[in-house]
Design a protein around this ligand. Sequence first.
Ligand SMILES: [Zn+2]
Length: 283
Amino acid sequence: MKKYRIVFSKEVTETEKKIIQDYWLFENDAFVNTNKELEAKYNLNPAKITKLIKDKSYCVVVEKCKECQSEFDRKVETKGSFIIKFCRSNYSQKICKKCNLEYKREREKEIQEKERKEAIKLEERRLLAVANETEKLNQIIKDKIWLKLEEEIYDVFHQIINCKTFSEIERNIFKNQISRNEIWNPIYSLEKLGLLKIERDRSNRVINIVCPEKLLKVILSTKNKEFSISLTSTKGNNTNEPEYSNSFVLESEVILKTGIIYTSEIWKLSDGSLNLKIFPKFQ
Ligand SMILES: [Zn+2]
């Protein structure tokens, strides 16, 4: 059972003490005397009672700490706050200062631990996503899937990787009409294949379309390589022999793709040899 205690000021008279005690008298979860009853009983006006209570007393609700069982005081100055503190309290108000500190510390520790676990989980998920993405990208590079695209899709891909900014993509590929489905459909296919990434802002508006950096490097390192061979004169007049010939070993694979327009050129050099070049017309 909860208790309360009245604290009187030193200058209080015996009559005043009696009035104050009657004012704070609390039984069965209710104040015994209403202010009206006190006014009548002691022949006092409401202002005087209020002043007397305020100047010469306050009340203390005595709580027993739910944790350590020690008693502690909770000061109240009005009947309203008395009711709140005496009858309705949340857990942190039912425990002493010392236990409250401990309680808060524990709660903080719990929150920190929860946040720490959440951060670990997020990091694990991020690393897994990165690993998956890296694995997918490595497979794309290994399979050279951009060389196996349908021609229309390849063309869009080719044009996009040659654009340096999104406004260039909007201008050169979409011709400033960003809603063109005939452009978007190949882009969505390319995104599904992992060849392009569509970057969006918080309102889901497309802000860029990019090729993953690692993939782009591989494509650029193999893409526009000019294929060139030098041919020297055989100096023979024999019709069974070619006029110019050469033997060579390729340092890297040369892929000539169907559907791409190539230019072939033969240049005559000052030493009389010929240089044969083959390169994509649109780079
Ligand atoms: Zn305690």
